[in-house]
Each structure stands twice: as structure tokens, then as C-alpha cells.
Design a protein around this ligand. Sequence first.
Ligand code: ZN
Length: 227
Amino acid sequence: MVMPHPVTLTFDNGPEPGVTEFVLETLAARGIPATFFLIGRKLATPYGLALAERARAAGHLIGNHTFFHQTPLGEATDDAAAQEILATQDLLGDLAPEKLFRPYGNGGVLGPHLLSQSARDLLVVGGFTCVVWNALPRDYTDTQGWPETALGQITAHRAAGVPSVLVLHDIPTGAMQHLPAFLDCLLATDVRFTQEFPDETVLVRAGLPSALCDRYVAAKPESSAFG
Ligand SMILES: [Zn+2]
């Protein structure tokens, strides 16, 4: 028996008025649960908080996607990295008891720039679950063609028996106008939408670093002989 292919649908870089509402309505109409990874500086606005509350009330999970979303934590100072995580988590409060965190990749790149040693330690001590992705159709640059790319990535995962963790962006690029048709296309195949994050994309789970984690942590800078 062939099992339905698991797809974890995630939306990064919101909340964004004028876009997040449409995404929420599109998901609600299809009964699809998702996870929204929010940027702290956007959450620190009345509309941002209201959108986050609306998403949570609709059954979506809310995650932390840094405060400024400008410098990968592996390239930030220890203090700045701690602020990026903790200030956003403070704002999220009861909206995000799962303590999900997704690092900023700077164009979706996976590598050791994602975390610093101290950011990793902070996520471990804080009991966070830190997740990345394995399907990135670049909807933020390919605003028209991304659905085809995403369907191709998911088909490849299905063939390989790997669950899909898809990243889309609820930001005003126009890309999300294709979300309804994309989801309907996926729903016509044998998929199961889930809010679970498979081991393939988890760097830290509830404070426990995975075997993948070190691959995404920057080497400690050598103390320089030149000061
Ligand atoms: Zn992002």
C-alpha cells in the first residue's frame, strides 16, 4: 500500500497585511494546517500581532524567524544572535509555546552560516526546536513559475521517500496569487499535509541537537594573533 506523501507547508517572513490574510483564507477553505515563521520586527506592530493571533486561532503553528532577518546568525555577534532569537520569542509569547525556530538563510542557502556556536547553545538550553527546509521554489524571485518548481521538488521527494518541508513566503511579491491553484494541484495528488517536522530538516528538537546540527553551525572564529 502506498502511503500519502507528507508535506509540511511553511510560510516565512510575515506577518504581512494584505498577504497573510489571503494565505489564511486559502488554507482555511481547504482545511490545510501550516506553520508561519514570523519576523519579530513585523510582529512588533498592532497588525502584525493581530495576524499572528488569527493564524494561531485557525490552528496554524507559529514559529520564530529572527527579529531583523538581516544577518545570518553564524555571522552575527553572540549578543546580536541572542537578541534575534530571544526578542522575537518574547513577542511571540503564548502564540508559540512549541518554541519553533527557523534561522535566516540569506536567500534560502543552507550552510554553516545559519547558526553560531552560541546561538546553537542558546537553542539547546532554551528547549527550542530548530528547523530548516528541503523544498524552496524561490517564490520571492520566481513569482510566476514557483508552483511548477515546487511540484517538481515534491515529486522528487515522493520518489525518494523523503518527506517535503516546503517554504513559501507571505510577502507582497504577487506570488501568493498562485497559492490556491498550487494547493488544488497538490490536493489532487496523494499528499498528507502535516505540521510535523521530519528529522531530515531538524537541527535541534526540543533542546536536543540532531546529527545534522553541526553542519549548520559556523566554526568558532580563531582568536586572532593580530588582535
Ligand atoms: Zn526568511
